[in-house]
Every structure is written in structure tokens, then in C-alpha cells.
Design a binder for this molecule. Sequence first.
Ligand code: FUM
Length: 623
Amino acid sequence: MDYEVIEHDVLVIGAGGAGLRAAIEASSSGVSVGLICKSLLGKAHTVMAEGGIAAALANVDNRDSWKVHFADTMRGGQYVNNWRMAQLHAQEAPARVRELEAWGAVFDRTKDGRILQRNFGGHKFPRLAHVGDRTGLEMIRTLQDHGIHQGMSVYMECTIIKLLKDGDRISGAFGYYREKGRFVVFKAKAIVLATGGIGKAYKITSNSWEYTGDGHSLAYQAGAELIDMEFIQFHPTGMIWPPSVRGILVTEGVRGEGGCLRNSTGNRFMFGDIPDNYKHQTADNEEEGFVYVMGEKFQGKDSRRPPELLTRDHVARCIRREVREGRGSPHGGVFLELETFTKWLKKRQPSLNEAEHIKKKLPSMYHQFKELGNLDITKQPMEVGPTTHYVMGGVRVEADTQMSKVPGLFACGECAAGINGANRLGGNSLSDLLVLGKRAGEHAAKFAREQSPGQVHNDQVEESAKWALHFIDAPEGDENPYKVQQDLQDMMQDLVGIVRVESEMQKALDGLQKLWDRARRVRAPINREYNPGWHTCMDLTNLLTVSEAVTRAALERKESRGGQFRDDYPRKDSKNFGKVNAVVWKGPDGRMQFRWEPIPEVPAELKEIIKEQGDGKLPEELA
Ligand code: FUM
């Protein structure tokens, strides 16, 4: 086989926020770093975290602290999080945000010039540092500008299809350049996976074409374990009309800026759905456009919480219920309007120009709806519905270093798991990727410095190249890769979506077997150049692997918790599932294996923090 060979100490696969932050850290420690982007540098799902970065800077409410952020993250994750990751994240996020600012990120400001923070679902205090509704974009721009001056080499439009190993440890990666289809071998002492999520396994998603679970699947094939794959986050608000833009994100920032959800009768239905653990006192004053739901001691002007800002899993299910029970909007969603809040604001600030205020706070949303939906959000309500946004599950890694069980293989960002437990709070992904991305880069560089290079074995390269080429050359295939992908997306959406039941998931497992068979027969028989059909043939292995992991874990978890809602087990079952993670891995026979693994015990001092922040209850009582 003909292929280029490139050598680095550390190879980072994925160039969104997590990959960039890891690459910056590794580069700045003096090792040679290669950064691989599946598409162009700067095009990453990170930009879809629009509303802000969660960090307890306490600029808007000085009662905030890492302890409150930690407790909120554990509560959001329903106590199946990795406590150590949640602790590191909450403690280190403020420093990472300030560092980003020092590297040139522009943030909206408080009147006295500090970084402004807004409310977001499940965060007790206004905590999201933001730039209008373009925070993820600003983060990528900053990291990219800073990163390219650190001396890393960037390989764009390059896809990795196999991790190479020397015995147990990582020794490199094999892939191809998407344009010409040329093969490339990267030799590396350490690899960081930062490939993002799996949204393209579903029909309705905020994710773009790159998010096919590559890192999850590469790690799984290389012998790492995946955990928590049953927990999928359906963001409550995606666009639903016109059909061509269905799933595109409508930032939670809209609700953070006072947006209200209403059904077809005009009822603000979230008022009727405040779970007991949030409902300490509800100053149910609809006229004022919001309700206090976070408990007396957290009340105050800046900690008002509209019920629309309950956690995403809860809001998404309420929207689904409204639609199913015939109270939806014309195109099958609900309405999200800004008028109630801007009217309320106008009463207090008579000079306010409501339309300009909305355009200033939510510039991208204004343009998105204007251009894609021909709708003016300053005057008309948006139609929104749930969209597959994020997977809490991913590669099982060690909390402090982010290394998986495969020596030299690290993972961070969405493709790693642990920090979010059963459900991620909005804004925590951006701070997670800064905190744990930095740690992954630091420890990958350390690992690389301490190791001599592993061998790249030619038989592994030849086998992968042969596998890749058979989708073009082998005569007997009769399946269209796009059709297989579409059938998978339809099936996952219908049978393993927001609300799940045993019989449907069993059907999905059978369906997955058939899709695996069909995926072996897909072909894209032209040549390697500019052949997206060929790329899809290869993506299918990743998509099917992650879909099987989601389905198997979701079937085993016979309870409802966070991103997993079972209609046949609608309650949390603390006794059986409150202290365990679902683990899948590839067995020696090539089949997916499953086991439950106990979650490490939360240390006493952190239990105390949770108790103090969470109604005097210990995590084991709350899980
Ligand atoms: O709604 C949003 O802006 C998304 C944020 C996130 O997923 O963290």
C-alpha cells in the first residue's frame, strides 16, 4: 500500500474546543503535536454551545462558588457522575475562563467591566460567561488563534479509521485525506481523542455531518471501555420548521434571556411541572414573567429562575408531552416567545427598545430565524422542539489524567465520559473541554516524554487499508451507504429516543443486527477522490457501534434518570441503579460485552457540600 508517514509525540484527533485545548497544552510543554480535523479547522460542534461557558466566577452573584457549581453538576447528573471530574471541573473552570480571556476572547460585560454571566438551566446562580449567543464560536476562534502560534501541525480534512497498537499500548493511527482519498499513517507515542459526539446516529440532531461517534468507536475497537452510553441529551429547543433546518439548535440562551415556552392554547405549561426537589418556594407571578424555583436561600433579584430553565431532560419531555397530547404548534413543536419578558423589562426600563435588546442579546438567533425560517423573533414566537444534542456517555478515562485503560490513549470533551453523569447542564460542556482538555494535553505530553516510540506494525496498516478499499473494489456489495445511514437514524429516533420501552429497544437491537449485515454490503464504487459515499461506508461502523452501545445500555438500565427515560420504568430506582455505571467493551469474540460497575464513593467533604447545597440530603439519598 502507498501511504505517507508522519511522526509526532502526541497526536490529537479532533479539533473542536477539547482537541484544540489539549493540543495547546501539549505543544506548550515542548513536545511535537499533530492536530487532525475531520473538516476544516474552526468548524466544530463547540460553536453549538452558544449560550455560554459555565464557571463560578461569581461576577453577577457573589454567593456563587466552585462548591455550588460542583453540587449543581452532581444534581444535574443525578449523582451518577464521576465526583472527581465534577470537582476538578468546578474548581478549575474560573481559571480556564480567565486564561481564555487573556488569550483574546471577548466577553459581554457587567456594568463595572467584569465578565457578564447569565442564567442557564440547572445552575443555581447566573454562571454562564458569554458573548451574546456566539460563545462557542468565540472560544474556537480564540483557541485556534492561540493554538497556531504554539507550533502544532494541523492536518485538515483527514479522517482516522484505526488506532494502531504495539502490544497493549498505542503506537499511531491510520487514516485518509478526504479530498483525494490518500492514506496516511501517524506514528505517535500518545493519542488524545477529542472527536465530539454521536448525534448523526439520530434523525433530528443539532450535530453536523462530522459527528458519527468516531472517537467512541476507535477507542472501543482499540480495547478501551465506554460508559454511560444510555444517557443522551435531547436539547429541548431545536428548530422544527422549515423541514430542511429541523434540529438546528435554538440556544438555551433564549430562555436564559427570559424566553417563555407556551403551548397552542397559550398556556405556559412549564409552570405545572416543577419537580419537588426544585420547588421550595414558587413566587408564582406569571405577570412578571418568571417564577422563583430554587429555594428561599437562593432567591434574590439575580437568581430568579423561570421554570423553562429546569434541566434539559425535563423540559424536553414536557414539550414532547404537550405535542403528543394535541397542544403543539402547527409543525409539531411548541412556541418560544420573548415578548412576555421584554414587556416586563420595558415596564422597568421605559427607554428600552425591545427589538434592539433582543438583537443585542441574541444576534445569531435573530439571523438564524430570519434567514432560515423567514421569521422575526423580535415580533413572532419561534416554533421549537427537542433535538439530539449531546451524549453524556463516552470513553472511560481516569479523572485526573484523562487516560483510558489503553496505555497512551487519552480522551476529552464529549467523547469522554464521567463528568456529566446522567445529564449535562448547559454551558458545562465548554468549561469541561477547557478544564479536562487541558489535563488530557498535559498528561498525554507527559506520557510521551516518558516513553520511547512504539512500533507501527505493517500488518495492521495493510489490514485497515484493505478494509477501506473493499468498499470501492469488492464486487459483491449491493447496498447504498446513505440509505443504511438513513434507516439507522430513523430507527434510533423512533425506538431509542426521548422516551424508551423494552419492546421497542429489543426491536432496535434486532434492527441493528440487520443494519450491521447491510453495512457489510455497502459500496461506493468510483474511486477514492472526492467520494463522500465511500466516507459514509466507513462512518457506518462507528455509527452502528455507538448505536448498539446506547441501545444495550438503555435496555439494561431499567429506570428513568436524566437522559434516559423509560416509559416502562418511569421512576428512579436508587437501590439498583443509583450507584452504578453501565460499561460496554469489545469482547475477544468481537461482540459487545456489558457489565455494571460501582461508582467510586464520594469522599466525606464533598458529601457535606452536596448536603449543604441540596436540602440537607446526602448524595446516596438523592441518587
Ligand atoms: O443552548 C445552548 O446554547 C447550548 C449550550 C450547551 O450545550 O452547553
